[in-house]
Design a protein around this ligand. Structure first.
Ligand code: F6P
Length: 500
């Protein structure tokens, strides 16, 4: 089977979708506009949804409906709230939905990120179930549905919803127009039924999601958790063998699709002409000359195990003091969801640990951890990946984790060691990483030691294997398998699909 790429995906989409329009819906927009020094400028927000779906939309066209969260967005769109993107090389339509500050708080900070996010991640942060947030979540989902239906205007369409912000949307779309094909990808884990049942509105959430013809998760375990949750909660028929659910006389197929990255593009970008210059600049600016560099790149989130990583770095230096002054962990990443209490607590915890560890081991202008919690340019992140002898992904729980795959795709030199948590979806594919439990500080410190001392030949064969896997299981394959399942599933199940 040849490797999936842009062209083969485009051909598949044309064949499978026929006259159906592709509508992607997500909370986060792929391009955001801000007004900087009186000028309208755009940026690409970080995060898995944009990384995964923008290259696909650029190739296949269609419309992406998302919340317009930028201060300049209103000035960028036309009178239908649409803009062609990417702004420099238009390929598809972005349609923005406006929310008030209160709506954003209740739906995004509140129900999505203070309730659903901790509910779905085993990171021991208690979900906050607030009735007002839940009501706002539902009304924002209704607003999204209204905009999506207006965009579709009664034409044949397939709506592909993203993530946990929009669990109620598929049911609303189906109720309004049963001819619309509905699919959703849940970008985070799905917990087991024992955990999910603490949500006071579990029936309604499941009812919303079962408005989908197809529901995708990263890995089989999350699919099984979802099937178990439905069979324990709703009056339904759950077919474990074919992984599908019959509810209200309608079928939903539940499938694993491990998300990925655009391997070829990252591989090319890593060889870009300015990357070497940027590596030199960073070496000077951060005083990295002659040091072994370790790297973390994360949204600053309590599920990513950043404190665990810092503690392991401290323990590594305690156990192997010969590396004091010789190894540096550069921790990059954007501050995120700072309105939510748990994220404020995490920021304070990180600052405390930095002070403790850098205070204890730092000397002569050298510090073991360099923390850069800012939105760094892509070029800088690429240079850091290239410079890093090892990259650490220590999530306590993570649906997939694209940072791991981006690191592997960047290393065209076939060097570098990936230290990876077994609690990521990526660990099922990247088995040549050093897989280490982030809670087990001794093993974690030993894994850092192993990465620092690993002979070049071993680094090479591990990296070669991992690169083959990411090259093969790339983002185009993810999209292709999902489109195929969605369209063919809908064809088989509840209605005739209008093809050309
Ligand atoms: O990693 C899970 C995820 O939901 C992604 O799908 C998303 O891109 C990312 O978190 C970023 O979240 P936010 O949009 O809140 O910054």
């Amino acid at each position: 089977m040849p490797t999936w790429n842009k062209e083969s995906l485009r051909r598949l989409v044309q064949r499978e979708m026929g006259e159906y329009r592709l509508i992607v819906v997500s909370n986060r927009q792929p391009y955001i506009h801000e007004i900087i020094e009186g000028e309208l400028r755009y940026a690409v927000p970080s995060g898995g949804v944009t990384t995964a779906l923008d290259p696909i939309m650029q190739e296949c066209g269609g419309t992406w409906v998302a919340y317009g969260g930028g201060k300049g967005d209103w000035y960028a769109v036309d009178d239908k709230n649409r803009i062609m993107v990417p702004p420099d090389d238009p390929a598809y339509t972005l349609r923005l939905v406006w929310l008030t500050e209160e709506e954003e708080q209740g739906y995004y900070d509140g129900f999505s990120n203070a309730a659903l996010w901790p509910l779905c991640h085993n990171a021991y942060t208690e979900p906050v179930f607030n009735l007002d947030d839940w009501e706002t979540y539902k009304s924002v989902n209704r607003e999204f549905a209204k905009q999506v239906l207006d965009e579709i205007g009664g034409q044949p369409a397939a709506v592909f919803t993203q993530d946990y912000h929009l669990a109620m949307l598929p049911r609303l779309i189906r109720e309004a127009d049963p001819d619309i094909i509905t699919g959703q990808f849940w970008h985070i884990p799905w917990p087991n039924p024992e955990i999910f049942r603490i949500c006071p509105w579990q029936d309604e959430l499941l009812d919303g999601l079962l408005g989908n013809d197809m529901l995708g998760f990263h890995i089989g375990d999350h699919c099984n958790n979802f099937l178990d949750t439905v069979s324990r909660t709703l009056k339904s028929r759950v077919d474990h063998e074919y992984s599908r659910i019959n509810y209200k006389d309608e079928l939903t197929v539940v499938r694993p699709f491990p998300i990925s990255v655009d391997f070829e593009r990252i591989n090319q970008d890593a060889q870009g002409q300015y990357v070497d210059e940027e590596m030199d600049r960073l070496t000077d600016e951060l005083n990295l000359g002659g040091k072994v560099v370790g790297l973390g790149i994360d949204r600053i989130d309590y599920t990513k195990g950043i404190p665990h990583r810092f503690r392991a770095m401290g323990r590594f230096l305690e156990k192997f003091p010969e590396y004091i002054g010789k190894v540096v962990l550069v921790q990059a990443g954007v501050i995120s969801r700072i309105q939510v209490d748990a994220y404020q607590q995490l920021s304070a915890q990180i600052e405390e640990l930095l002070e403790e560890i850098n205070g204890k081991f730092g000397r002569d202008g050298w510090q073991p951890i360099i923390y850069m919690p800012t939105d760094l340019p892509d070029l800088t992140l690429m240079a850091l990946r290239r410079m890093a002898r090892f990259c650490v992904v220590s999530s306590l729980h993570d649906g997939m984790n694209l940072v791991a795959k981006e690191y592997v795709a960047s290393r065209f030199d076939e060097d570098g060691v990936l230290i990876l948590s077994p609690f990521t979806g990526a660990a099922l594919e990247l088995t040549d990483a050093l897989i280490v439990n982030p809670y087990a500080i001794e093993q974690f410190a030993d894994a850092i030691h192993q990465a620092v001392e690993m002979p070049q030949e071993e680094r090479r064969w591990r990296m070669v294997q991992m690169r083959e896997i990411v090259r093969e299981n790339n983002i185009y394959k993810w999209a292709a398998l999902m489109v195929e399942d969605l369209m063919q599933g809908a064809r088989r199940s509840r209605r005739p699909v209008r093809t050309r």
